[in-house]
Every structure is written in C-alpha cells, then in structure tokens.
Design a protein around this ligand. Structure first.
Ligand SMILES: [Zn+2]
Length: 77
C-alpha cells in the first residue's frame, strides 16, 4: 500500500514536470512566432518603401516611379 502511494506521488511529480516543460516549449514557440511576425512586418514595410522610390530605366536611363515615362523609350514601343 505504501509503495502504491509513493508511485502515485512520483507519477504526479513526473506529470507536473511534463506540464512545466510543455508550457516552456509552448511559450518558446509563441515567442519565436511573434518575433518572426515582427521581422516579416518590418521587411514588408521596407518593400513598400522601395516601391515608392523612383527607379532608373535600364534602356533609356530616365528616372520614373512605376514604368518608364519616356515616350521615346524602346520599352514603350
Ligand atoms: Zn525607358
């Protein structure tokens, strides 16, 4: 009978530590997920910023915002 009590206490102790470990892993994953989300958002903001900036046409060299604005550019013919 005494052995049974000890084994039950030991099992509860093991379950307790198992729960603690699972909670640590769960919080760890949530932390990494949150950090990745933040990295993704900051990268997206940088991409948006780059889209606003002008670019130089590789064919005629004119600076434009979206596509080449030069009517004489071979890209527009
Ligand atoms: Zn051009």
């Amino acid at each position: 009978m005494e052995n049974l009590v000890y084994s039950v206490i030991f099992s509860l102790n093991k379950i307790f530590w198992l729960v603690i470990i699972l909670l640590i892993i769960w919080y760890g994953f949530k932390f990494i997920e949150k950090r990745n989300k933040n990295l993704k958002n900051s990268k997206k903001n940088n991409d948006d910023k780059e889209n606003i900036e002008a670019f130089q046409c590789k064919v005629c060299g004119l600076w434009s915002t979206e596509s080449c604005d030069n009517e004489k550019c071979p890209l527009n013919n």
